[in-house]
Design a protein around this ligand. Structure first.
Ligand SMILES: Cc1cc2nc3c(=O)[nH]c(=O)nc-3n(C[C@H](O)[C@H](O)[C@H](O)COP(=O)(O)OP(=O)(O)OC[C@H]3O[C@@H](n4cnc5c(N)ncnc54)[C@H](O)[C@@H]3O)c2cc1C
Length: 456
């Protein structure tokens, strides 16, 4: 049984692709409209400039995609993505902090380019009869019902400049910036949603590099973290499906990684450690270096909105954009899509299943977003460049984070739990349970004592 005739999804990014799959079985037809002409391979594209930069696929994201698209991770690996255990082939270097030893945690982590993730998802959607992908079409607006209380249609422009309109019972705005939603609210005399912005001014440069077999790094992922509050420089090496590596660098405020290889290599020397530089010295750059600016984390509180129009849903970055360095954006979008799928199937026998749908989705999604926002905002607030209000317990929370890292070095269960929380497999509250807090404090003290006696 379906809920409506047609749903339109704006944007074929990770959010739009996941949302289209979530709608299968609930609508007779699902139309995905994308402004880019979509590549037939796993390539980056203009509409998602961030796709040229590494996209860490958190296990919490994979879990959601596996539930939406049956066996997504297997298909991704069949298409070339690399998989290993989260505790192995992955080195995370924290400033003034030991990294946990390599150990098997039983949590698989998949590594590939963002282009491959989208391509595999598109390949899953394309053969389905109820799905139509209209690429090379830019959505220019939404049409309201005569009373202004609901969305009735979507307008778009083809590459040839033709203006077309398609009727829809439900519209999902997965356009990233969410402009179609904000425009519709304005056009129907509604207020913009309440929002919070946290200025972080992140600057990125990403190269793709190749290694001769004898120079290949021992790790698939090598990450050197910055040292707040003053040193914002960080680096990441991440393996790709083609056996090359992303070599990505970040810095905040007026500091920005350069766009030419020799300078970028020099920049890698100035990280907290020279681990990445030592490896990159033997690498050969492949292709262009891309830069990106990410000015702010932003969250729109749609859950607080009253008088929301029927048949309109925002999803993914259109709701919340997180500092990309924590790799949470795709997971948030995929988790929202999964919640939408479950809500739609629970409403199939309701008289008016679309009434209050977005309100119900936001009610279910807001604890997920609270958790992710907390995980991203706390570390961001440690930097001088961040403009945001520190919570009262900020220093205490940062101290606890550092203890958690030390405890993870000496205890496999805490290591696993920290990874599960950071990977969005478990909520942050799992680390706040009394017995866990006590164990972390005890282990951190043990770690400090062992370090002191070694140094004595
Ligand atoms: C530098 C950088 C690195 C990142 N790294 C990670 C990472 O490691 N892990 C992670 O999980 N996330 C990462 N992210 C975040 C991630 O890219 C986003 O959270 C995720 O892409 C959100 O998906 P989305 O579908 O909401 O939006 P997008 O992926 O931005 O997709 C929006 C789509 O809508 C299309 N579109 C826009 N307007 C229109 C229109 N008017 N008509 C038709 N189509 C339209 C666009 O062309 C695009 O295809 C990173 C972001 C940046 C900036």
């Amino acid at each position: 049984m379906v809920i409506g005739k047609r749903a339109v999804v704006i944007g074929a990014g990770v959010g739009g692709l996941a949302a289209a799959q979530a709608l299968v079985g609930s609508f007779e037809q699902i139309v995905l409209i994308e402004r880019d002409v979509l590549p037939t391979q796993a390539d980056a594209r203009a509409g998602v400039p961030q796709g040229r930069h590494p996209h860490g696929l958190l296990p919490g994201c994979v879990e959601a995609l596996d539930t939406l698209f049956d066996g997504f991770s297997t298909k991704l690996c069949d298409a070339g993505a690399k998989v290993s255990d989260f505790g192995q082939k992955l080195l995370l270097e924290f400033s003034a902090q030991a990294a946990p030893p390599e150990r098997r945690l039983g949590i698989p982590v998949i590594k590939c380019s963002r282009g491959l993730i989208e391509w595999v998802a598109r390949r899953e959607l394309q053969p389905q009869k109820s799905i139509a992908i209209l690429d090379g079409r830019r959505v220019t607006g939404m049409v309201a019902t005569p009373d202004g209380n609901a969305v009735a249609a979507v307008r778009y422009e083809t590459q040839a400049g033709a203006q077309e309109t398609i009727a829809a019972d439900l519209v999902i705005d997965a356009s990233g910036r969410g402009e179609p939603t904000l425009d519709f609210l304005r056009a129907t005399g509604r207020a913009a949603p309440e929002e919070t912005a946290m200025r972080i001014d992140m600057n990125y440069s990403t190269a793709i590099v190749e290694f001769a077999p004898q120079n290949r790094p021992a790790y698939d992922v090598l990450r050197t973290m910055p040292a707040p509050p003053g040193n914002t420089r960080q680096g990441l090496l991440l393996i790709r499906e083609d056996d090359r590596f992303f070599a990505a660098f970040g810095a905040r405020g007026n500091d920005a990684p350069p766009s030419e290889w020799p300078e970028l290599l020099e920049f890698s020397k100035a990280l907290q450690t020279t681990t990445i530089y030592d490896v990159l010295m033997h690498a050969k750059p492949y292709g262009k270096i891309y830069r990106h600016k990410f000015p702010e984390n932003r969250r729109r509180y749609f859950e607080r909105y009253t008088g929301w129009p029927r048949g309109l849903i925002a999803l993914g970055d259109a709701i919340c954009r997180f500092n990309p360095v924590y790799g949470q954006g795709m997971a948030a979008a995929a988790k929202e899509a999964l919640l939408l799928r479950d809500l739609l199937s629970s409403r199939k026998s309701a008289a008016q299943p679309l009434d209050g749908l977005f309100e119900a989705l936001m009610k279910a999604a807001s604890p997920v977003l609270d958790n992710i926002w907390m995980l991203a905002a706390m570390p961001d607030l440690a930097f001088r460049e961040t403009h945001g209000v520190r919570p009262e317990n900020f220093d205490e929370a940062m101290k606890f984070n550092a203890m958690m890292q030390r405890a993870a070095c000496v205890d496999a269960d805490i290591h696993k739990l920290v990874v599960e929380v950071m990977s969005l497999l478990k909520p942050g509250s799992a680390l706040k349970e009394e017995h866990v807090v006590e164990k972390i404090k005890r282990l951190a003290t043990q770690f400090d004592a062992a370090k002191d006696s070694l140094e004595a």
